[in-house]
Design a protein around this ligand. Structure first.
Ligand code: MN
Length: 283
């Protein structure tokens, strides 16, 4: 199942290039008073919403998916976790490029651990990327993003994929420089998630997905998640030893080689096995 958020908080089911309005299925989400629990209520309630989607997909308004503004499929993550330096060839290019390393030694994920991007950076492809600090280098980083499905702590490696609700394409947009990652990677719209969430039952092996990113038609990044240094299970195991994970938490798994600058006016197209194609504009 592919589910999306679009236009003004509408909820949709994707079938091929068609989008079916299943917003009514969100009526199954229990009303919550302050203080609301951590996490995204749609993801937390996904199994009952799934029943509602099946019941309503025959009556919802149908339109082409290209006719809507796609938002991030997760609205309210408690956090956006991201992995630095998680592909060997990206580590190598970062070591070789002063425009990435700024004179610092590039270490590996064993040294860096993970980092957080601000939730306010989250955007959908229909909103595009609005660059800040355009006097500096702003890079694209395409990554497989996992959406956590339930509250979990100290998850064992072998059980890790059981807590994943779904997968999406992530863009970890980055201002290059010397400041902490959490600052440089957290400008508004610098965490793109989309084009929708493909539920976990449709992806047998998240550690074997081909993906690529083009800018204005030029292939910049082209890899497979089998090249991850910390694979998907290990990332969840590792993250959950530090953070309690909540429904809707997003875990961006790291980017392969080929990162490079984007400029206002650029058109970015991402493609990932099973998930599909995500297109967005840079402003
Ligand atoms: Mn990244």
């Amino acid at each position: 199942m592919r589910i999306c958020r679009y236009n003004e908080d509408k909820f949709g089911l994707i079938k091929g290039d068609q989008l079916i309005d299943v917003t009514i299925a969100l009526d199954d989400i229990p009303q919550q008073r302050w203080p609301r629990p951590h996490g995204d209520a749609m993801i937390a309630d996904l199994e009952s919403i799934r029943v509602g989607i099946e019941q309503n997909r025959k009556m919802g308004y149908v339109q082409g998916v290209n006719n809507v503004v796609l938002k991030s499929p997760v609205a309210n993550p408690s956090k956006i976790i991201a992995a630095p330096a998680n592909y060997a060839k990206h580590v190598a290019e970062a070591q070789d490029d002063a425009g990435i390393n700024f004179g610092r030694e590039i270490k590996t994920i064993d040294d860096y651990g993970l980092f957080l991007k601000a939730n306010s950076a989250l955007a959908g492809p229909g909103e595009g990327i609005t660059l800040g600090h355009t006097d500096r280098r702003n890079d694209h980083e395409i990554e497989l993003a996992m959406v956590i499905g339930r509250t979990a702590k100290n998850v064992a490696y072998d059980d890790a994929l059981d807590i994943v609700a779904g997968y999406a394409i992530g863009l970890d947009i980055t201002v290059r420089g010397v400041e902490d990652r959490s600052l440089r990677k957290s400008l508004d719209s610098y965490a793109v998630l989309g084009p929708w969430m493909t539920t976990a039952d449709e992806i047998d092996d998240p550690d074997d997905l081909d993906f690529r990113l083009t800018v204005n038609g030029e292939v910049r990044q082209d890899s497979n998640t089998k090249n991850l240094i910390f694979d998907c299970r290990k990332l969840i195991e590792y993250a959950s030893r530090f953070y309690t994970l909540y429904p809707g938490d997003i875990l961006m798994t790291g980017t392969p080689e080929g990162v490079g600058p984007i400029e206002p006016g650029d058109r970015v197209v991402c493609q990932m096995d099973v998930i599909g194609k995500m297109e967005l504009d840079v402003r």
